[in-house]
Design a protein around this ligand. Structure first.
Ligand SMILES: Cc1cc2nc3c(=O)[nH]c(=O)nc-3n(C[C@H](O)[C@H](O)[C@H](O)COP(=O)(O)OP(=O)(O)OC[C@H]3O[C@@H](n4cnc5c(N)ncnc54)[C@H](O)[C@@H]3O)c2cc1C
Length: 389
């Protein structure tokens, strides 16, 4: 077992770290106030190869490993958790397009995603619910050489500012479940699309919202993968995105921990730095250990993926554990700053609000644990809805 990164990955980490320190961290709170990403920063990130290095070289990436993208998103998350959505969506949406779309579509879209010129979104969840994701209703029907989409996608990250969306639509019968879903790439400037933004607790620079499709015409060449395979293809990417989500949350927690350890040596009470009090340092020591352990689980998951080995269970474990451990650690950091921590002037409150969203997004703790149980004891762990009488 070797915990050291190779020279190339170490160099990528250094680039990401510098970018996070110089370009992201100082503007983290300003981006929340602006309510959107700064496209110049996004393009700069793309130019440095820090959006989706894992995309194939022919499509604008460098064919980097999942481990490398993990290293990048951890650093980006340390600087600004929300900018990590760019990596996440680039890898998840870009990965599905690279593997299953027509080469022409992939060539049109992916270099722009990798270059930070095109912001993608993923449209899976609908108003009736996200956990039972296969039970989606947005409809796509054939009309000549096109498809026509009608329905609503809800809770979509970057809904208002994304340029295109990978959308899962029902093309089979209403009860065709996962096998009746087809994926399409849709330009969000297409006629018939409207969007809204939610009044969220955090991640305001990402902007979560709904996208409505009202008779939206999509040419068949923008179908991603075979008809009826869309849900399966998109879900296959989730084992990867779950480890990436964990790492960006843990990167954010790392930022709070580093700042807070330093603070304990500066702030004095009763004539000593507060680091002298074990009531202060022990909770931080525990949080630090938990963040570190969860981080190793995330990297183990990425390593398994890169080796082509099964990693669904590890992905589900860390999807639950990463954001949870990160929220708890940041909360402890906030408290350690006393009254200052409760102010919006310090970033801990924003980090806590932002990370909390990812205790839900991409699958809640419950569904993650269901997957762990299913992967461990099989179908006995799955409850089915009672058949309608
Ligand atoms: C910050 C954020 C970003 C997101 N980004 C995107 C995005 O980009 N694209 C996208 O498509 N979606 C996105 N989502 C949606 C997200 O994936 C869903 O919110 C999530 O899957 C849960 O679905 P739901 O909110 O409809 O909850 P529901 O499915 O309604 O579940 C409600 C509660 O019941 C629990 N529950 C449901 N079924 C079970 C069960 N069988 N056993 C035990 N508990 C159960 C859930 O865990 C949850 O606590 C995002 C959400 C958030 C918060």
């Amino acid at each position: 077992m070797d915990f050291a990164l190779d020279d190339v990955t170490e160099a990528v980490r250094e680039t990401a770290r510098r970018f996070a320190d110089e370009k992201l961290m100082p503007q983290y709170q300003a981006r929340e106030a602006a309510g959107r990403f700064d496209r110049d920063v996004l393009r700069e990130m793309g130019a440095l190869g820090l959006v989706a290095p894992d995309l194939p070289e022919e499509f604008g990436g460098v064919g980097a490993s999942g481990m490398t993208q993990g290293v990048v998103i951890e650093e980006i998350g340390r600087g600004d958790l929300n900018m990590g959505y760019v990596n996440l969506l680039g890898s998840l949406v870009g990965g599905v397009i690279a593997r299953f779309a027509e080469p022409q579509l992939a060539s049109d879209v992916l270099p722009k995603i990798a270059g930070g010129e095109l912001l993608p979104a993923l449209g899976l969840t609908e108003p009736r619910g996200g956990t039972d994701a296969a039970n989606l209703q947005l409809r796509a029907r054939r009309d000549g050489g096109d498809w026509v989409l009608d329905g609503e996608k809800a809770s979509i990250s970057c809904a208002a500012q994304a340029d295109g969306v990978l959308v899962a639509a029902r093309t089979g019968s209403p009860d065709s479940c996962a096998r009746g879903v087809t994926a399409f790439w849709v330009d969000l400037n297409t006629k018939g699309i409207t969007r809204s933004s939610y009044n969220d607790l955090g991640s305001l620079s990402v902007g979560r919202g709904s996208i409505w499709f009202d008779g939206v015409r999509v040419p068949d060449r923008q179908r991603v993968g075979d008809e009826g395979m869309g849900f399966i293809r998109v879900m296959q990417g989730f084992d990867y995105s779950r480890a990436l989500i964990a790492l960006k949350c843990l990167g954010s927690a790392r930022a709070s921990l580093d700042e807070t350890w330093a603070y304990t040596t500066e702030r004095e009470a009763f004539g000593s730095p507060i680091a002298a009090y074990q009531g202060v340092t022990f909770p931080l020591a525990e949080a630090d250990a938990q963040v570190r352990a969860a981080r190793l689980l995330a990297y183990e998951c990425l390593w398994l993926r890169d080796q082509g080995r099964p990693h669904t269970k590890e992905a589900a474990m860390v999807k639950w554990m990463g954001p949870k451990v990160a929220v708890d650690a940041i909360h402890q950091c906030l408290l350690t700053h006393g009254h200052l921590g409760y102010s919006r002037d310090l970033p801990h409150q924003q980090r806590m609000r932002d990370v909390m969203g990812l205790e839900i997004g991409d699958g809640t703790a419950q569904v993650s644990k269901l997957i762990v149980a299913r992967e461990t004891v099989g179908r006995a762990a799955v409850q089915y809805a009672k058949p309608k009488s």
